[in-house]
Design a protein around this ligand. Sequence first.
Ligand SMILES: [Mg+2]
Length: 205
Amino acid sequence: MPIRGLVFDLFGTLVTRGPGPRAYRELVLTLPPWKWRHARHLALTAEFPTISAFHAHFRPRRGPAPAYFERLVAAGMAKIRLYDDSIPTLARARAEGLRVALLSNLASPYKQPVFELGLDRHFDVLVFSCEVGLAKPERRIYELVADKLELPASELLMIGDTLRDDVRGAKAAGLSALHIDRDGARADLHGLGDELFAHPVLNRG
Ligand SMILES: [Mg+2]
């Protein structure tokens, strides 16, 4: 089956968010442990426009005030950078006639950099977990991307840095997948560009 569409993860794949505390993780850790799993999933799959709104939903009895978490979000946002090869790779994919989707697990505030960095223009389809109420590795979110791209899952290649979400979850839903690790050694890809376009998975058709 030839590959006719590429599905990209966002963080760690097309953009880096740099070091520093993760605002939502810190907030979740102020809650009782039995709420952690639910709270993490809700942060990714519900539309809380701000982290203050998310804070108000859970009303933690301890931990810092919402303004502290807002500052963490802002500080994190300010560190987000495109990898050098991201835009050229997306442009090349479309020039070669591939359909291109973004599939990201993220909390609502983190949609903003996709538009500020001009990434949105390079995709046919944008799927954000917080908008669709599903998160990777739930099978239905990959099926949703396939539907939006109007291609069967078997003709899609998912590219991302998280094995559970971008490789195992995608393969379980019938997509092909490539693991990218921009720093480490054990991955299919260490950068995009030529490395991606030369890969046998893309060229088997
Ligand atoms: Mg990622």
